[in-house]
Design a protein around this ligand. Structure first.
Ligand SMILES: [Ca+2]
Ligand SMILES: [Ca+2]
Length: 223
C-alpha cells in the first residue's frame, strides 16, 4: 500500500499554480493583455479576450491562499495490460487468450469499497469486450490483496490498493478482440453506490488481439 498526500487544487487567478494569487499571476495576465480569441488561463472571464475585466477579477482574488481540494471518492490509475495467447499444440491454432488489466485505486476523503464481483449487468465492476470482429466465450474475474468486508474490497482513506482483472477468452470465430474495463462502481461507507466518472473507456483496455481458432470442422475431422 502507498500513502498519498493531499492534492493541491487550482484556484481562480492562481495562473502559475503556486498556491496563492500574487504579483506573479498578475504578470502572467498582463503578458497576455490584449489577446483576443484566447483560450488561455489568463482569460478569467472566459469570454475569449484578455482585457480589463480579467484584471478586475484577478484584483478581486488578489492575495488569496488556495484551499486544498476536498477530494472524495476514488482515483484510478492504470498499471499494466498484459495478454498471453495459448495455441493448441495439435492444430497450431489459437485456443485461448488470457488478458490481465491491473489498476491502482486510491480512496480519498473516506474509506471506499470495491464490490467483489464482476459482471455485465451494470451493478458492479464491469469487464467487457469492447472491440470484436470474431466471436467467442469470455470469463472474467477480479482479485486484490485488499481486505474484504461486506462483500467488497476495502480501501482505507488515503491508501492505494492494486486490483487485477483477468479475462479468459476462448475464440470460436477468428478475428480481432479487445477487452476493457469500462465501468467501475465503488461504495461509500454508508453503502451508497457510485460509478467512477467518465474516462475509463480508451485507457483501461488491452491491446487489440488477433485470434485465429482455425476451422472447428477441420479440427474435429483431425481427431
Ligand atoms: Ca500564483
Ligand atoms: Ca476575459
Amino acid at each position: 500500500m502507498t500513502f498519498l498526500s493531499s492534492v493541491k487544487s487550482q484556484c481562480l487567478g492562481d495562473l502559475d499554480n503556486s498556491g496563492n494569487v500574487n504579483i506573479s499571476d498578475m504578470m502572467i495576465l498582463v503578458s497576455s493583455f490584449g489577446d483576443t480569441d484566447c483560450l488561455c488561463s489568463a482569460d478569467l472571464s472566459a469570454d475569449g479576450d484578455v482585457n480589463i475585466s480579467d484584471i478586475l477579477i484577478l484584483a478581486g482574488v488578489y492575495g488569496n491562499e488556495c484551499q486544498e481540494q476536498e477530494l472524495y471518492g476514488i482515483n484510478v490509475e492504470l498499471i499494466s495490460t498484459i495478454y498471453t495467447i495459448i495455441q493448441n499444440p495439435e492444430t497450431g491454432f489459437d485456443s485461448q487468450t488470457t488478458i490481465t488489466i491491473q489498476i491502482a485505486i486510491t480512496a480519498f476523503g473516506d474509506d471506499m469499497g470495491i464490490a467483489k464481483n464482476t459482471n455485465y449487468s451494470g451493478f458492479s465492476n464491469l469487464v467487457w469486450l469492447v472491440v470484436e470482429t470474431g466471436d467467442g466465450f469470455m470469463v472474467s474475474s477480479m482479485t486484490s490483496s485488499a481486505d474484504i468486508a461486506n462483500n467488497a474490497y476495502q480501501i482505507q482513506e488515503g491508501y492505494t490498493e492494486t486490483f487485477t482483472f483477468t479475462s479468459t477468452l476462448i475464440p470460436i470465430e477468428g478475428g480481432y478482440f479487445q477487452v476493457g474495463l469500462i465501468q467501475l462502481m465503488y461504495r461509500l461507507p454508508d453503502g451508497t453506490e457510485v460509478y467512477y466518472p467518465e474516462g475509463l473507456l480508451g485507457e483501461f483496455v488491452s491491446p487489440v488481439i488477433f485470434l485465429d481458432p482455425g476451422d472447428p470442422e477441420i479440427i474435429i475431422l483431425g481427431e
